[in-house]
Design a binder for this molecule. Structure first.
Ligand code: HEC
Ligand code: HEC
Ligand code: HEC
Ligand code: HEC
Ligand code: HEC
Ligand code: HEC
Ligand code: HEC
Ligand code: HEC
Ligand code: HEC
Length: 423
């Protein structure tokens, strides 16, 4: 327990002003900065801990804090018994994004200005991390407020302590500003993002690791394949289980899959979106999107057929969609008992051509000729029929009505006139 280790004697205050100078000198001589030499590993924190018990009234710089905190083996126990390591590696700290910019410990640990430290209130290790992430807000207002809209902050606020706070993804003491693959600057290298998220989303990480996207980035550091944050965002992660996310997801995939520059090196088709939209499923989803954007569509989006985190190449020998069994199983999720030939009712993403789906191509071509011909023929027929009825048929009845041989010059008017005269 903290109290046992601490043993503060407030009465000592006056004496310690003198003792302090002594101690500081002693410490500096005994423990030069490299922590490994500070104490033999076996004895662990014994020596510095003893020294630490003396009060240090005014601490300003990292050096002040590190006189006690540079031993990597120092640890204390939190009220529930969880250990808390309190050693900080001075060299790694100096190289970090904050240390290298001259930030000192108290920029974040603002409440610690001397020793004894103020009573800390965390009950366990998790509590400790969560409490401290508030300290980032002072300087990183942007990221902090972005997080307010995201799934993680909402989970935290609803009491899920496993959701991440800043310090879960960014080591506050050692994280470096590393150059990204694309030459931009990112504190977490692109290829390390899946592991960062995978610390907590282990099942998804495992699926992703073996997927066509994940293998690319994890094995080859391929900058073109998507990592977790490309599809989910970074600090303001949207809930992916909503209707809105589902309906917009084809657009997400299409961002890369319709981009010829990205797809060219892999020889992949860029027609996957327009063929999808053109088919009966995509058309309904598109319509649906316009009419009721907040309802969950039951038509397939890209990931119903391809999977989400476990997407494989379509010619994957085990899970590829080119295998009949696999594509059939996919259709059957929504068309149960649809049978062996059912997948053929969809042309997949191909635009029919004489090479691919020649039958469909020629049938379409046939219809392209047949339909205009038939419609045109029908039109001609209908028009000639109207003509026949209007002009020719009207002419015929007039003679029998009036058997007299003289035919009138304007039959319509004349016949009316005649009817009147008859009465
Ligand atoms: C005289 C030695 C000494 C100095 C100097 C010192 N600490 Fe500590 N620190 C300790 C000891 C011992 C503990 C273990 C818990 C306790 O006794 O409060 C500790 C615990 C901590 C903890 C973890 C527990 C908590 O209260 O959050 C933090 C964080 C911390 N110190 C930060 C600092 C910072 C920042 C400075 C410099 C401003 C500093 N310390 C200076 C000895 C010291
Ligand atoms: C950028 C902000 C920041 C700076 C600068 C910083 N700390 Fe921390 N520190 C934190 C956060 C956040 C935690 C909680 C992290 C966690 O729970 O893992 C923490 C935790 C600690 C702990 C508890 C054990 C641990 O590692 O979690 C100690 C001890 C500590 N800091 C000492 C220091 C010392 C000494 C310095 C200066 C050399 C320093 N800190 C600089 C933010 C910072
Ligand atoms: C006293 C101000 C201050 C505090 C408090 C602070 N930071 Fe920083 N931080 C900075 C500055 C300044 C930079 C460098 C400028 C930049 O790149 O944004 C930086 C950089 C970073 C970077 C790297 C950014 C990049 O583009 O490479 C990360 C990550 C980061 N901070 C995380 C944290 C976390 C997490 C905390 C809380 C534990 C924290 N910071 C607390 C001032 C601070
Ligand atoms: C779930 C993990 C996660 C959490 C939680 C998280 N970050 Fe980040 N953060 C990242 C990743 C990943 C990047 C890199 C983004 C990139 O390169 O596109 C990043 C980037 C940053 C940057 C660099 C500038 C930027 O916006 O790209 C800063 C600064 C930063 N984070 C601070 C914070 C602070 C402060 C918090 C807490 C309020 C926080 N982060 C919470 C994962 C996280
Ligand atoms: C410290 C652990 C932790 C880390 C690191 C972490 N997450 Fe989470 N994440 C959670 C928890 C806990 C939830 C809430 C789960 C729930 O509500 O079912 C969550 C929820 C999510 C959700 C919403 C899930 C749903 O069903 O609504 C997504 C998406 C997500 N995280 C993505 C990420 C991404 C991307 C990263 C990396 C940038 C990441 N997470 C890093 C713990 C973590
Ligand atoms: C190609 C885009 C894409 C990539 C890359 C991606 N996701 Fe997802 N993720 C999605 C989609 C789409 C959903 C919604 C799936 C659903 O509702 O069935 C989702 C759902 C989730 C969920 C919530 C649902 C669940 O299955 O628990 C979490 C958590 C999540 N992703 C985390 C991650 C993590 C962690 C990574 C990186 C290892 C990652 N995602 C990479 C697109 C992606
Ligand atoms: C950031 C860009 C990007 C995003 C977003 C993206 N992909 Fe990909 N995808 C790629 C790249 C690049 C490849 C080729 C990888 C390789 O072959 O190594 C690929 C490969 C594929 C393959 C395998 C094709 C084959 O047969 O080889 C499928 C299927 C696929 N993606 C589907 C999707 C789906 C579905 C989504 C949306 C949930 C999506 N992709 C989102 C870039 C992306
Ligand atoms: C109804 C199921 C289904 C839907 C919906 C679907 N696909 Fe496909 N997709 C397939 C099948 C089956 C193949 C394999 C076709 C073949 O190679 O014979 C395929 C092939 C692919 C390929 C590989 C293309 C190539 O050149 O080899 C990519 C990339 C792809 N789809 C992405 C997408 C994207 C992006 C979406 C959403 C816009 C989508 N798919 C929607 C079933 C589907
Ligand atoms: C996520 C569920 C889902 C998946 C997966 C799915 N479909 Fe459908 N499909 C539907 C729904 C819902 C409709 C009804 C569309 C409408 O009413 O406009 C439909 C309609 C159809 C139709 C039009 C005829 C009819 O029955 O109304 C065909 C043909 C069809 N699907 C074939 C396929 C094929 C082939 C596959 C596999 C490659 C497949 N579907 C995968 C949900 C799905």
């Amino acid at each position: 327990m903290k109290g046992d280790l601490l043993n503060p004697r407030t009465g000592f205050r006056i004496l310690t002003v003198a003792a302090l100078a002594f101690l500081a000198l002693g410490l500096a001589l005994l423990f030069p900065t490299p922590p490994a030499q500070a104490a033999p590993a076996v004895e662990k924190a014994a020596v510095p801990m003893a020294e630490a018990q003396a009060p240090h009234p005014a601490l300003q710089t990292d050096v002040d804090c590190l006189t006690c905190h540079s031993n990597p083996d120092m640890q204390i126990a939190l009220p529930n018994g969880d250990p808390l390591r309190i050693g900080i590696d001075p060299e790694k700290y100096a190289a970090s994004v904050h240390g290298s910019r001259g930030f000192v410990c108290i920029n974040c640990h603002a409440d610690i200005t001397g020793y004894p430290h103020p009573e800390q209130t965390a009950q366990d290790r998790r509590d400790y991390t969560l409490q401290f992430s508030e300290s980032c807000k002072t300087c990183h207002e942007d990221q902090y407020s972005e997080m307010q809209d995201g799934v993680h902050m909402r989970a935290l606020q609803s009491g899920n302590r496993n959701a991440p706070a800043c310090a879960d993804c960014h080591d506050p003491h050692y994280s470096a500003a590393s150059a990204d693959d694309q030459g931009g600057s990112s504190p977490i290298a692109r290829a390390e993002i899946p592991q960062t998220c995978g610390k907590c989303h282990a099942g998804i990480f495992n699926d992703y690791k073996n997927s066509v996207h994940g293998a690319g980035i994890l094995a080859n550091n391929d900058p073109n394949v998507p990592t977790c944050t490309d599809c989910h965002g970074v600090h303001s992660i949207a809930d992916p289980t909503t209707a809105e996310y589902r309906i917009n997801s084809p657009q997400l995939c299409a961002e890369c899959h319709t981009n010829a520059e990205i797809m060219e090196p892999y020889g992949l088709s860029t027609q996957v979106l327009n063929t999808y939209v053109a088919d009966f499923h995509g058309t309904t989803v598109t319509l649906f999107e316009k009419q009721s954007p907040d309802q969950l569509t039951n038509k397939p989006v890209c990931y119903d057929c391809h999977g989400v985190h476990d997407i494989r190449a379509t010619d994957d020998p085990e899970k590829g969609l080119q295998l009949r069994g696999n594509i059939r199983a996919t259709c059957e999720k929504c068309h149960p008992g649809s049978g062996d030939n059912f997948p053929d009712s969809w042309l997949s993403h191909y635009i029919p051509s004489p090479e691919k789906y020649p039958l469909v191509y020629y049938v379409q071509l046939f219809y392209q000729i047949f339909i205009p011909t038939v419609l045109g023929g029908m039109g001609v027929f209908v028009l000639s029929d109207i003509y026949r009825r209007q002009v020719i048929n009207r002419r015929k009845p007039t003679p029998p009505a009036e058997p007299t041989p003289e035919t009138p010059a304007a039959p319509q008017q004349d016949s009316d006139a005649k009817e009147e005269t008859h009465d």
